[in-house]
Design a protein around this ligand. Structure first.
Ligand SMILES: [Zn+2]
Length: 356
């Protein structure tokens, strides 16, 4: 509704307009895929073709939810009260239990989500929530048009996967800028190893809030091509040095499985690298891992460990960030996700021997 009169009185209408404006503004400024923004926008405008909406508008079809066969299929039913939706919000790593009383009105619920998320770890929670709503809608369409049921666990995993992939892609884009350019200027960028050697970069990431640790391991050959990449995820409150040491041990395991004989492991954790390189490095909390590394080292013709600055270690850093948010371990060999390949190209610097 357009407000055309000039009355200066601060009526409820005004605050409603302000609230609406804030919700739209926040929606468009979210760091999520454009298609998700459009989707949420349609949801909030009541523009989704739910059965209830179609019935009301055109008097066609029946209004009952095809998923449960119990209630009218309104947008709120799909997202909150349908039994599948209820399981989803129980198992999802993002919870909005405090907003249960607003579930009867998606707009108000979403407004409250935006408010609540301002407080703690907000951005990530909203992004994941948006992805969950989207996957619920996609699953609903599958039931409706293809009679295919997706279970709640798959819906949550899909949402989480798309969220972290998007995040990682953004990170790889950001990685292109100041740090790497600086690194190039001072001749500190990732360099391929000698022919015949595999260079493996490792890194760890810790999320105290999610109580998760992620390890990233990436192996490249003398041409700078990725040969394997891996992420290990764990539900534990990690300690930095321990996680870094575990990532290095993971690199040796990867190398052994792949059958490489000459390797160089790089980490941006000076402490752990120097402990490994010392003859008698001692750190009680790391001792078993250091011992493992010492034993595994003997399985290679050549196996060295070097410290590199973080800016030279961006690919494994991104993988570790990816792993910390992932629901399970992952490993790629032969073909790699686009975001990783682009990060690898950037790691090689703007001018690579293969492009020019
Ligand atoms: Zn239902």
């Amino acid at each position: 509704m357009e407000v055309t009169n000039q009355r200066p009185a601060p009526d409820p209408e005004t605050s409603w307009e302000i609230r609406k404006h804030t919700v739209w503004k926040t929606l468009w400024s979210l760091n999520i895929k454009l298609k998700l923004k459009h989707f949420l926008w349609r949801c909030l405008q009541n523009g989704l073709a739910t059965k209830d909406a179609l019935y009301k508008r055109f008097g066609i079809g029946n209004k009952v939810c095809q998923c449960c066969g119990e209630d009218m299929e309104t947008i709120e039913h799909i997202f909150f009260t349908c039994p599948t939706a209820q399981v989803i919000w129980k198992i999802a790593p993002v919870r909005w239990e405090g907003l249960a009383n607003l579930q009867g009105n998606l707009w108000r619920w979403w407004e409250a989500v935006l408010q609540a998320a301002k407080k703690s770890e907000g951005v990530g929670r909203i992004q994941l929530t948006a992805n969950i709503l989207w996957q619920i809608w996609k699953a609903r369409n599958k039931v409706t048009f293809q009679q295919e049921i997706t279970d709640a666990k798959n819906i949550v995993e899909k949402a989480q996967q798309e969220w972290i992939e998007y995040e990682a892609a953004m990170e790889s884009d950001r990685g292109s800028n100041p740090d790497l350019e600086k690194a190039t200027l001072i001749q500190q960028r990732w360099e391929p190893p000698k022919e015949g050697t595999i260079r493996i970069n490792t890194d760890a990431a810790i999320s105290a809030k999610m109580v998760r640790s992620g390890l990233g391991i990436i192996a490249r050959n003398w041409r700078g091509e990725v040969v394997r990449a891996k992420g290990i995820t764990a539900r534990r409150k990690g300690i930095a040095a321990t996680e870094e040491a575990l990532a290095i041990r993971g690199a040796l395991e990867m190398a052994q499985i792949a059958g490489w004989t000459t390797i160089e492991v790089q980490s941006d954790c000076k402490h752990v690298v120097s402990l490994i390189n010392m003859d008698n490095g001692q750190d009680c909390s790391l001792q078993t891992i250091l011992d493992d590394i010492d034993v595994q080292k003997g399985n290679f013709e050549s196996c060295t460990f070097t410290f590199v600055p973080r800016m030279v270690n961006q690919c494994s850093h991104a993988l570790a960030q990816f792993a910390v948010k992932a629901t399970r371990d992952f490993e790629w060999e032969g073909s790699f996700p686009v975001w990783l390949s682009s990060l690898v190209r950037k790691d090689m610097g703007v001018v690579t021997p293969f492009c020019n």
